[in-house]
Design a binder for this molecule. Structure first.
Ligand code: UDP
Length: 248
């Protein structure tokens, strides 16, 4: 059994990439409906104001740490996370396991055509990978019934939802009661990376925890959204200080 650390009210699971994939394999074997979120500091800050989103993350079966800020905050709490688990690496590792195990993927979300390109890119690396379906759709409530019908007909083992947070995670939580896909994961912009629409930061920037800076330089209009990073650092630091006072 793995543990989780709570950062500003949101659980973050202590898992390496390999352990996360093992947990997900267990969910598929168990059947039923599971939800995985790939979270970062922006999620945690959004969840401070957005109570439905907060509840979704608290009730998810796994919240993996896709954000260097979470690793820092966990270290401040003296409960270090083993490593960062990015949505992109998770998809690659899961695809490798799925190709061997025969699990099928459904790619939902992103701009029209991107889900298909992302699926083709993964299948290029693992030709045995089974693709149950691809569809852009939208997280709008009026489209949910038609999308649910489409996914249920395709009957995938794994549903990837790329609508960005919080929409994708709230969408999964709302639809999973009807969908009953063994494993549904919110993957943010991962289809855009896989399809080559958005380049990933160079390796050295990823290693130095500077992926946010790469994103800011490429997509400067994100600056307002990215203010949540220093806000997160400040709130997590204060949380740590309050806990330390309590420990004294
Ligand atoms: N997206 C979508 N429908 C929407 C809003 C967003 O399909 O109504 C897609 C968008 O095309 C992109 C993804 O959701 O592929 C979110 O990307 P972003 O980089 O904003 O996600 P993040 O990883 O920052 O949550």
């Amino acid at each position: 059994m793995h543990t989780a650390t709570t950062i500003l009210g949101i659980p973050v699971d202590h898992l390496t990439l390999a352990q996360a994939v093992d947990q997900m394999a267990g969910m598929i074997a168990a059947g039923g409906a599971h939800q995985v979120a790939t979270i970062n500091p922006e999620f945690v800050m959004a969840a401070q104001q957005n109570l439905p989103f907060r509840t979704v993350l608290q009730q998810a079966d796994l919240c993996v740490a896709d954000g260097v800020g979470l690793l820092l905050a966990a270290r401040w709490q003296k409960r270090p996370l083993p490593e960062r688990v990015t949505g992109n690496e998770l998809l690659q590792a899961l695809a490798e396991r799925a190709a061997a195990a025969g699990w099928s993927f459904f790619f939902l979300g992103a701009a029209p055509g991107v889900a298909e390109s992302a699926a083709a890119a993964l299948q290029h690396s693992w030709p045995a990978l089974r693709i149950a379906g691809c569809y852009a759709g939208s997280p709008r409530p009026e489209e949910a019934a038609a999308i649910i019908e489409r996914v249920r007909t395709a009957s995938p083992d794994i549903l990837l939802v790329a609508y960005g947070a919080p929409a994708q995670d709230v969408w999964i939580a709302r639809c999973q009661t009807t969908l009953q896909v063994p494993l549904a994961i919110g993957v943010g912009g991962a289809f855009d990376f896989l399809a080559g629409r958005v380049p990933r930061a160079p390796r050295w920037m990823q290693c130095w925890g500077l992926e946010w800076l790469f994103r800011l330089l490429r997509q400067p209009w994100r600056w307002r959204r990215m203010l949540s990073l220093p806000r997160f650092a400040w709130a997590a630091w204060q949380e740590r200080q309050r806990a330390a006072q309590f420990e004294r």
